[in-house]
Design a protein. Structure first.
Lengths: 358, 358, 358, 358
């Protein structure tokens, strides 16, 4: 453990330490949410509104954390969520995160708006399981080029973000001097290292479920649909070719006062969980959060901001610390819950917390 | 954007900036509510107790914000609520607000207790859609003169306020040195530029539903009844000639511990929404608040205090900023909610927020 | 209005001003509650968990506040609750409170532990309607002497306190140096001007419902039973000769974590309200609190601590201010609720507040 | 009362005073909980979410506090919970606590991880009713030696802790420099006076219900199973030889976000209360907490941290003060609740508190 990590015992510790380490601009960009940040705050709080009902004397001390995800066995259910512009916080950028992912056998999902193009990441960190997050641009040629690059460089899945037809109202960013016009401007070649003000306006917000079906049919890769918050949309995703859905509110950065992943997950899992994989993100900060997500029907969880906190603090080593802390907590939480493996977890392990629903 | 507006990204920013800009007396008068200000605070909080369920991949980036209000098409659902004595905060007074309304194609509702008489406002800002808010005075001649003035100067509707038989207990105002006797004194000629202590005691609190029916029959203008909080009273309004009802608790200034507009709206819309227009006010500060109001059955929302904050801060330009911020937020909220037009919104887009009803 | 009253616009203002005016000992004795003071705090909060549903255009500006209490018409529903040792806060003591009661036509209930004996109060303030609050002592002769004194000096009712078999855990008092043994000691002659540590231990905690029946049969005066919190006990009181019950938790000073009067009232009113008068106390600080109590089935409310705050601040004039503020608020609240008289109020005017039961 | 106890009127006072008296390390070890300490905080809060419905005029001033526990009559329902390493806070250590227990006729449960071996405690304080809390070690010989020592020295029961297959995430301890590997290491001889980092890793986390059955059959002593939070596990305990179950979340030190004892108790009592004794611990700090536990079906309550606060503050005298305060409060709470004896208490005395479930 490096000097920088000496007193970091939880993701909250990493967050607090990163508060001081990041620039004002980076902190606003990473930690900010939409409007009053009601949903941003609730992403964290929602997991705490769930109580765990453990089982004693199960004889479990070393639980099996492995899961089946998109038909493949993975050693654990943690996936790194796509986040933009890691170079904002550390020069090691996305390759630093990917190295931490490789060391911990974690899936790394690269963002369209990453500071590192998909080909470069694959070259620099070849030994990590990679997914590629896709925004569809008005310039469909640029979009196809991105997909082709992902396919060509060993990315195993496409993650299509569907909750960003326009950019949310991000006041922390605006206070830092950026003001984005809500009406999208015309597409243009994609500068991978630019700030959101330049690139974000080129996203094609007029995408429909028919477009999803066409994209899914044009690629060999499984397409995960990210940004689902209702059973209705989960059903539509399943009916239009999605391989999996990711229950997500975009880290509370798009439409304020939507449900958290924790609250939307049960109805989505109930609607489509028997047909395709359901993943969830938003506010996953503790091993117990992951146990709850799995018990409520998720196959895996995505973790985003904490990787940027860790990266900003200590480069790849900081990102690895975040993953190691989560994995240690998950192992302890499974043992104390009394589940020998992830497949044993179901809704009987979770109930509304009396401290929240008295 | 003027210098004064440089760091104003939301109505909350405008409010905070106005806190410093206004005189103690003006701040107490504008921002105060009745008694413990329970209802005043809840007006804001109630919208946050509702969660939005958005729909993805609807293909909407430029939603149609237009609504039909009192049988006419309006470009958006925002109406400026009647507020008294705008001259307290800025010399541009009501004409300043009306100018901002004209620039943004917003309906302007002038108060009986405005600093500017209805004729003068019509003359100074002829190109704004104007409504006139009516208090009925013990001196019915004065009342009829007001109605005649409104009719003569192109006001398109009368808004009859019904929740002020006596003045509420406004402690902030009292602390500023005003103490109003709850028993109304005898009517007298109406000084338009005086303080509430002089004028308010002349309002006739003994008005009944029969009086409403008579007023409605004596004017060509549609009469909106403002101050409805229950299905019972909405039914009575509909049965006594109201063209529309405005769900309102008078900005939390009359009877403390009544419901907010957000909470009273559903039962009112359910009771009379199929017969006449339902509007709502109280605590509308975000584009998402407006989407929720529309989804719950409102045709339009009224916004009051924020216009006075904006006016006090920067005259007409400040009032315009408030309207522009709200319109920008509304457009983004509609796009992210996935509703192409207001008519698509219904109760399926809204649910009790888990963070409030865990 | 005296100098001391210049900026007092509510009972909360009086409380805050009295905080500074009272001695540490008096403040601890008056404002303290039992144990963690959960119930003490909830007495105030419980009224705020109820919302009012007003009726508009009722034509009411000067509502009739009169009520029938113990078979007699009273001009309003406010009763001064029995409180001990008023001399602790001001030399005018109970006669000062009684004078304020007489001036406002309020019923004054004198405590067994008052600083002023019942005969003396009757002599000094003959023109006030008086009730006498009774503790039963182990020395039944002393008890009978008290009753006889009350009967002889024009007290119109006896209020038997039943929730004090032993003294509650009053930590604020203990911190001031008083520590009471929970086991009652042997009775002895009653020193009217002593502190609770001396007198309280002589109360007979072993009283039963049979004792109530005997007391009720031995006096001409109606006996009100104070300290009822459940339908069960209200039923027992009705069956054992009570003329009325007072829903009360003794100002949060006895058993901590019991219900507030506001929460216990509906089930008590439902159980016995058709047979006898139901009164309520605890946390009544606003005119709207009184309207809610009446709507939920109370005939009258008792107010205790605020009179001591007022008395401590400005003698009898301070006590009168408290009553005048409450009466002014009650009148406004009735007018804004749209009830022309108390008899019009029923449960349809009250609902659980959305801000508390979201 | 010693100088140190002069202003201590409740367990909260003792806690606050101990905050200053304890070393940083001891404070972290005693007061800390797992992860975000959600469950730790809720242990206290959960009792306050229950309201008491007292009965008046029951004639009770000196209630009978005695209970039947494990078939024997005990003068009151308080048991001292097993806690580790009392020598951390005071040289009088466990014998100091046991002396206080003897003086107040309280059951003392000694921890496997106590600073004092079972034989030594029995020798130094022979006149206290003793139970022995058992962790099962990988070295079963060491475990059997512990049981034999307990049997040989007059311990009347074994308390098997079942909620610690691995150590919880105790961040306060980690911040003090201790970091425990979650995977248990190989057993070794048991050093009774060492710190948790050394001993805790030898606990055998792979214990099952079959092991419980074998242990129960191998000893004459009744086996209480500590750490039950669900009806399911209570049923399993009853079916595998437990003489009693202790509803407990290990003082919030193991799996965060589990239920509090107060919340888990009703379903456990409902499941097995008619067959065996149910005890509860976690956050018991007031006499009213104990009355609630008894009313919800518990035979007794365990109290842990407060004894260490008292011991740390003033040795055995401080521990005795804690027990005396609780017993005084319990007596008063019973009298004010109107229950003449513990057997009269049932669920009709308790309801969800309106201030928590509005």
């Amino acid at each position: 453990m490096s000097e920088a990590q000496l007193d970091l015992h939880s993701l909250a510790d990493v967050r607090d330490a990163a508060e001081n380490a990041l620039s004002d601009r980076a902190r606003a960009y990473i930690n900010g949410g939409a409007a009053d940040e009601t949903t941003l705050a609730d992403n964290d709080a929602a997991w705490s509104r769930l109580a765990l009902d453990p089982r004693m004397l199960s004889g479990v001390t070393e639980p099996d954390l492995s899961v089946t995800l998109l038909g493949r066995r993975r050693p654990h259910p943690i996936v790194i969520a796509p986040t933009a512009f890691a170079a904002l916080v550390h020069t090691e950028a996305e390759p630093g995160i990917a190295r931490a992912a490789a060391d911990t056998r974690t899936v790394m999902c690269l963002s369209t708006f990453a500071s590192t193009p998909p080909a470069e990441l694959a070259e620099r960190v070849p030994d990590v399981t990679r997914w590629f997050q896709l925004y569809v641009f008005r310039d469909r040629g640029a979009t196809r080029a991105l997909i082709a690059a992902a396919e060509a460089h060993g990315y195993e899945a496409l993650v299509l973000t569907v909750d960003r037809p326009v950019l949310g109202i991000r006041e922390r960013e605006r206070r830092m001097g950026v003001r984005v016009d809500p009406v999208n401007t015309i597409g243009s070649p994609l500068p991978m290292n630019s700030l959101p003000v330049d690139t974000s306006t080129r996203v094609d917000g007029s995408l429909t479920w028919t477009d999803l079906e066409r994209f899914a049919s044009e690629t060999e890769l499984p397409v995960l649909v990210k940004g689902i918050l209702t059973a209705r949309d989960a059903r539509l995703a399943a009916d239009h070719g999605a391989a999996a859905v990711i229950v997500s509110n975009h880290g509370g950065r798009q439409l304020d006062t939507t449900l958290s992943g924790a609250d939307a997950l049960p109805e989505v899992a109930d609607a489509v969980g028997s047909e395709l994989d359901v993943l969830v993100d938003g506010g996953v900060r503790r091993g117990t959060d992951i146990v709850k997500a799995l018990a409520l029907g998720a196959r895996a969880v995505l973790v985003g901001r904490p990787l940027l906190w860790g990266l900003g603090l200590d480069g790849s080593a900081g990102a690895r610390l975040v993953l190691e802390l989560l994995l240690e907590e998950l192992e302890i939480a499974m043992a104390l819950t009394g589940a020998a493996s992830v497949s044993e977890l179901d809704q009987s392990f979770v109930r509304p917390a009396p401290w929240a629903r008295p």
